[in-house]
Ligand binder design. Structure first.
Ligand SMILES: [Ca+2]
Ligand SMILES: [Ca+2]
Ligand SMILES: [Ca+2]
Length: 248
C-alpha cells in the first residue's frame, strides 16, 4: 500500500499526540529517509489499540520532548500479562530521589507481546527537573499485576535484539531525544541477594544472611544464592553489602 507523505506524517504525529508523548511544533515538510522506517514502525506499533492508562506507575508528566523504547517482557521467565502488567521508567531527580518519566501497559501496541514506552525529556522552560536529561541513565521497573509485585530490571536482565529501523539501545539504557530504541527486552527476576524475596536488595537481606551464618535463622530463599553453592551465607552477606555500597 502506498502511503502519501502528508497522510503518513499526519497519522504518525496524531498518534504520538494521542499518546501524550509530546509533539514537535511543526511536522516535517519533507520525508527524511532516516525517519521513514522508525516512523512506519511507530505507526504500526501504535495503530491497533487505544492507549491503556496505567494504574501502578502513575503521575508521569508529559513534556514536549521524548524518546521511545520497545521490546519484549518476561516476568520470572513467563511472558508478561497482556494489558495488565506495566513498565515504568525512572531517572535520578537530582535531589536524592527518583522521577517517573514514562509508563505503559504491556502489549498496548499492535504487538501484543511487546511493551512500547514513551520516555519524557526534561523541559528546560519548566522549573526543576521534570523529565530525563540528555544521556540520563534510565531505570526500568516492571509491575506484575497478578502478584502486585515490582521488579527493578538489573543490567544483566536487559537483552538487545536487532530490529531493522530501530536504534540499538545501550545497556544500561539512556535518554536521547527523538530516538526510537529497540528491541530492548526486559527480564523481571528477583535480584541476587534478595533473601527475603521482597524484590529489593536491602540491609535486611544482609542481616538475614548473617543470621543464617550464625545459626540464628535456618535458611532463606535459594533464589538469592550468588555463588551457586546452594547455600545462603557469608558470600551473600558480602555481595549484598557490596551491592548496597554501589560497587556494582
Ligand atoms: Ca525542567
Ligand atoms: Ca529483600
Ligand atoms: Ca551461596
Amino acid at each position: 500500500m502506498e502511503i502519501k507523505p502528508d497522510i503518513f506524517h499526519r497519522t504518525v504525529f496524531r498518534r504520538m499526540e494521542s499518546m501524550k508523548c509530546g509533539v514537535p511544533k511543526k511536522p516535517p515538510v519533507k520525508i527524511n529517509a532516516l525517519w521513514i522506517v522508525p516512523a512506519v514502525f511507530l505507526l504500526l506499533a501504535t495503530a491497533a489499540h487505544a492507549l491503556t492508562p496505567t494504574v501502578h506507575f502513575t503521575g508521569v508528566e508529559t513534556t514536549p520532548s521524548n524518546c521511545f523504547y520497545f521490546g519484549g517482557l518476561t516476568i520470572l521467565g513467563e511472558p508478561a500479562a497482556f494489558l495488565e502488567d506495566e513498565v515504568g521508567v525512572f531517572v535520578d531527580d537530582g535531589a536524592g530521589g527518583r522521577l517517573l518519566v514514562g509508563a505503559c501497559v504491556f502489549g498496548d501496541s499492535n504487538q501484543q507481546d511487546k511493551y512500547l514506552i514513551a520516555v519524557n525529556g526534561d523541559d528546560p522552560l519548566e522549573p526543576g527537573k521534570n523529565g530525563a536529561g540528555h544521556h540520563d541513565v534510565l531505570t526500568f521497573k516492571v509491575w506484575d499485576k497478578s502478584e502486585d509485585k515490582e521488579y527493578t530490571i538489573g543490567t544483566a536482565d536487559f537483552s538487545v535484539e536487532y530490529r531493522q529501523g530501530l536504534n540499538e539501545p545501550a545497556i544500561p539504557p539512556v535518554y536521547q531525544t527523538d530516538v526510537f530504541f529497540g528491541l530492548l527486552n526486559l527480564s523481571a527476576v528477583p535480584p541476587p541477594g534478595d533473601i527475603d524475596q521482597n524484590s529489593e536488595v536491602e540491609l535486611a537481606d544482609a542481616i538475614l544472611a548473617l543470621k543464617i551464618v550464625t545459626g540464628v535463622q535456618e535458611t532463606g530463599s535459594l533464589d538469592a544464592d550468588v555463588n551457586d553453592d546452594d547455600r545462603i551465607g557469608i558470600h551473600e552477606a558480602i555481595y549484598i553489602l557490596q551491592y548496597l555500597s554501589g560497587l556494582f
